[in-house]
Design a protein around this ligand. Structure first.
Ligand SMILES: [Mg+2]
Length: 225
């Protein structure tokens, strides 16, 4: 029976796509609307695609109804860019995913600001999409707390369980990940691979902070809480 829900962020936590997402968004705006560097000055780290896109559409005076058109083009452009990009997995990620996948009481799911097509493309190009079946994605939500809440409820229904709060583990590299996990009283693991400093993330009081996932024994101890 599934007892522990591991909720993974993607960018900065599982994979480093070398800003492929930002480049693909810029290129999509160029193709669709003829606008160069459309996303300059728009923060992306830890934010939801829907919120990022809304900001860009407003900045350039575009109607939101063009959003569906955007995702169609973005998928192909991102796939092409990722194909030309060295998509890197952070240290220890495969070992942790192998460990958790081998345990029948654990399930790995995604909670990401990426839109759904973007998320699966990034995982596929990194070679880790087979570890995940379910996820919550940033195209359908404007707040990360709601996104995490959605995935917890969806997995409780799917597996017909009620998770103990401590058995929900939110893993991410930004304050947004920590805050959204704590909102649901989950265990939170903050990782420094995404560029935030220990001091930056400590302010948000995650349950744990790790440099990366290279020390599998430490991670196993955290997961057995
Ligand atoms: Mg991230």
């Amino acid at each position: 029976m599934i007892k522990k829900l591991l909720i993974w962020d993607i960018d900065g936590t599982l994979v480093d796509c070398g800003a492929a997402g930002r480049r693909a968004m810029d290129q999509t705006f160029k193709v669709l609307f003829g606008i160069d560097h459309a996303f300059d000055g728009i923060a992306m780290s830890g934010r939801l695609d829907r919120v990022i896109l809304r900001e860009a559409f407003q900045k350039h005076g575009l109607p939101e109804r063009k959003l569906s058109n955007f995702y169609e083009h973005y998928e192909q452009i991102l796939d092409d860019i990722l194909g030309q990009t060295e998509v890197k997995l952070y240290k220890g990620i495969v070992e942790v995913l192998n460990y958790s996948s081998a345990h029948e009481d654990m399930i790995n799911v995604i909670s990401t600001g990426n839109c759904e097509v973007g998320a699966w493309l990034k995982l596929k190009h990194a070679g880790i999409d087979h570890y995940f079946e379910h996820g919550g994605f940033g195209c359908g939500f404007t707040e990360r707390e709601a996104l995490v809440g959605y995935i917890i409820t969806a997995m409780e229904q799917h597996y017909n369980v009620v998770f103990e709060k401590k058995d929900v583990v939110v893993i991410g590299d930004t304050p947004h990940d920590i805050v959204s996990g704590k909102h649901h009283l989950a265990t939170t693991i903050a990782v420094l691979t995404g560029g935030y400093s220990r001091a930056d993330l400590q302010k948000y009081e995650p349950t744990y902070i790790v440099e990366d996932f290279s020390c599998i024994n430490d991670i196993i101890d955290m997961l057995e809480v």
